[in-house]
Each structure stands twice: as C-alpha cells, then as structure tokens.
Design a protein around this ligand. Structure first.
Ligand code: NAD
Length: 299
C-alpha cells in the first residue's frame, strides 16, 4: 500500500484522511492548523511540521486546499512539496481549481520527475465522511490506474475524464450549476414566502416537481429550515468556483450571464460577513432585502 501524504485537513480533507487511515493506509498529515493535524494524528496519522517534511516521506500526496494560489505556494514554495518529494511521487490535487492552473502545476511537476493529476470531488462533507464522493480525475491512463485504489476508498462514482485538467473542467461546470441553482432557490423561496406560501409547503411540492434541484435537496431542510449555516460548503468557496467559470468564459469567449449574476449574490453574502457560512446562507441576503422570513414556519 502506498504511503500517503495529506495536505489540507479542512472540512473535506479531514474525513477523507480518516477514511484512508481506516482502510489501512499509512498517512502523513499536514495543515497550517495544528488542531487539524492533532485530530488526524489521533486517528493514527503521522503529523508533519511542513509540507516539505510530508513530501519527503510520502509516495502519493493528496491536497485538499482552498484555492489554486495556495496549491501553488505549497507545491513550489521554498521548502515545499516539489523541492522535497522523490522522483516518481504522485501528486493528486483534489481541490477545486482551474484546469489551466493544474496544467501549469503538472508541467512544473514533470521537471522534478513527479506525476501530477487533478481529481476534484463532489458530494460535500457528508460524502467525504461516508467515502461516497464523486471523483473526477484528469490523468493519463497509467497514472489513473496507480491511484485508483485510493479513489476507491474516498469515493463511490469515480470518473476518468481525460488528460490533466479534465477533472477540473467538469468540476467547474458542475459548480457553476450548483452556484446558480442555490442563488435561484434563495430568490424563489423569498418570492414564495411573500406570496403567502410556507417554506414547508414549497419544500414538499417542489421536491416532487420540475423546480427540484440538488440545492433544494441538500440545503433547504438541513441548513435553511434548521436555521444553521455552519459546516457544509462555504460561501467563499462557491464564490471562488463561480470566479473560475468566469475566468474560463473569458478565455473561451462564452458569455455566462447567469453565473455573473449569481456571483454578485455570493458577493453580497460575503459583504455581510457570511464567507465562512454554508453557501445556502445567501438566503439571508434576500431576507434582509425584503423582510420575508424564509427559515420555516414561525421564524
Ligand atoms: P476548508 O477551508 O475547510 O479546508 C482547507 C484547509 O486547508 C484548512 O484546514 C486550512 O487550514 C488548510 N490550508 C490552507 N492553507 C494551507 C497551506 N498553505 N498549507 C497547508 N494547509 C493549508 O475547505 P474545504 O471545504 O475542506 O475545501 C477544500 C477544497 O475542496 C476546496 O478547494 C473546495 O472548493 C473543495 N470542495 C469542497 C466541498 C465542500 O462541501 N466543503 C465540496 C467539494 C469540493
């Protein structure tokens, strides 16, 4: 079994590392948060003081980091991964970043004799904990085959999309839809409340009608109706993902008016200090604008 290094033990990375440990992998763990490293050590991982130390010990290195800039600094920074890993190491970036940034990283990795692939995920924190993530990999056939046993522990639906960058491309398209769907759900619910409907009625009827979406299934009851927005998928991360789509839209000359509008809703939530809250907290922006209460009967 490969020795795995895990960098980025956040909402997603921590349960993923736990699952690898439970499956019997030796795991080296690093995060800027000492508490996250300690928690992973408690499950059997060997904590590392730096990304470089981790890279010198691991055969495959998984990252689950907030954005491409951080991935780049962890990889190319002084004392970072590239400087310290061995020839033949496989780096699996499971963060949501742009296809272009991944291709640039893969090119640099090749100079160190290192394989680099993108394998972003979908399925949220609950999917990470249950080991049922959807994994979308961009890699050559040989590299994909080498890391497939790792993916089998972390995910349920595992797709080899194509060459490096392919996984990031489809993840970007998917999250464009999630971001737009959630923003649309927030404004639709607000309109419904102002028209005299209860949130409970809208949930029940729309769940079996054509307006249904993953945003409705995963976010309405668990976050909005429960009136709690901790954990889950942060507004800041959804905002980043819409930005990736808009960046690609400029390169590819594809207008994305829905995406641009949705991004402003998340910007409004960020302006209200909700960046770390679950993305469904955009509903509060509409509540503030209209005075409607969208969080269940009697609230
Ligand atoms: P998070 O913010 O909870 O975790 C990120 C972790 O990275 C934190 O523990 C942070 O301390 C660590 N970190 C930041 N900079 C670092 C550095 N320089 N060195 C080492 N560690 C560093 O984010 P998350 O929700 O776990 O998401 C991780 C990635 O997965 C993101 O790219 C996100 O877009 C993607 N993603 C998240 C979800 C979700 O539902 N949360 C779903 C699918 C994909």
């Amino acid at each position: 079994m490969m020795k795995i290094g895990f960098i980025g033990l956040g909402a997603m990375g921590r349960p993923m590392a736990f699952n690898l440990l439970a499956a019997g992998f030796e795991v080296f763990a690093f995060d800027l948060s000492e508490a996250a490293v300690k928690e992973t050590e408690a499950k059997g991982a060997r904590g590392c003081a730096t990304a470089g130390e981790l890279a010198s010990k691991a055969e495959a290195i998984i990252c689950s980091l907030p954005n491409a800039k951080i991935v780049e600094s962890v990889m190319t920074g002084k004392g970072g991964v590239f400087e310290n890993c061995h020839e033949g190491t496989i780096i699996i970036d499971m963060s949501s970043v742009s296809p272009n940034s991944t291709r640039a990283m893969a090119k640099k990795a090749a100079q160190y004799g290192v394989r680099y692939l993108d394998a972003p995920v979908s399925g949220g924190v609950s999917g990470a904990a249950a080991g049922t993530l959807t994994i979308m990999a961009g890699a050559d056939d040989e590299t994909f085959a080498l890391v497939k046993p790792i993916f089998d522990v972390l995910g349920k639906k595992i797709y080899h999309i194509g060459e490096v960058g392919g996984g990031d491309a489809i993840k970007m398209v998917n999250n464009l839809l999630l971001g737009c769907n959630m923003a649309a759900l927030a404004e639709a619910l607000t309109l419904g409340v102002r028209c005299g409907l209860s949130v409970e009625t809208m949930k029940e009827v729309i769940s079996v009608s054509s307006g249904r979406s993953y945003a409705l299934d995963a976010k309405l009851e668990k976050f909005i109706m429960a009136d709690q927005f901790t954990g889950g998928f942060a507004v800041d991360l959804q905002y980043k993902d819409l930005g990736l789509a808009l960046e690609a839209s400029r390169d590819e000359k594809v207008p994305l008016p829905m995406t641009a509008a949705a991004m402003q809703i998340y910007e409004a939530a960020r302006a209200r200090g909700q960046g770390r809250e679950d993305m469904s907290s955009v509903v509060k922006v509409w509540e503030d604008l209209t005075g409607a209460k969208v969080r269940g009967t009697g609230q």
